[in-house]
Ligand binder design. Sequence first.
Ligand code: U5P
Length: 225
Amino acid sequence: MDVVFALGGSVLMPKEGASTENIQNYAKAFKKLKEMGHRVSVVVGGGNTARQYISVAREFTNESFCDEIGILATRMNSMLLISALGKDAVKQVPENFKDAELILNMDKILVMGGTHPAHTTDAVSATLAEFIDADLLVIATNVDGVYTKDPRCNEDAVKLDKINTKELLEITGSSSMSAGSSGVVDPLASKIIDRAELKTIVVKGIPEEILASVSGDHNGTTITP
Ligand code: U5P
């Protein structure tokens, strides 16, 4: 299967900072999927590094420049994962989808971060999945699926096992577009998932759920056209 993962920066690079074991466990999961014959792409988010830089920069400058800073954080996190993947990856973070596809065609795991301002790496992962005709998009994040409301601030939020892309649009449509925002799926990504009719799974960003998302026995939310 041809699978694109959006790996939340907050799971790869949590508030406590980078951990060798954590990064190695993600690298092992992606290598295992490659060994199983899957074509693997990983779009890495900016996590806490991006949010810290953006919150200070926002005092001085506009959202687009904050986005540019966030993009650099996504590329640094990508380099960390690339370093742990060794010979299964290429020591280069592509900045567009054409270069990304070349890396996949070299039979390597593709790792990339952001591209342009005004969206998050969720939108990058959805566009990449559309561009390379992936079979599946997996959004591995800090919540364990799509809820009726943001579960971090609504106790009555209910987790949804299966929804369609139109329902995803309704749930995520009002999320913020500001630099560093962190809704479960960015609204632009939802629109791309809908237009490209991408099968998408939202799971908790832990290696076990990443592996389970491909085999089908995950605990997240499945989104279908
Ligand atoms: N960002 C962009 N464009 C991209 C990727 C990221 O502007 O293609 C910026 C956004 O401000 C985003 C931040 O919130 O970098 C960190 O990425 P993420 O962790 O939110 O995906």
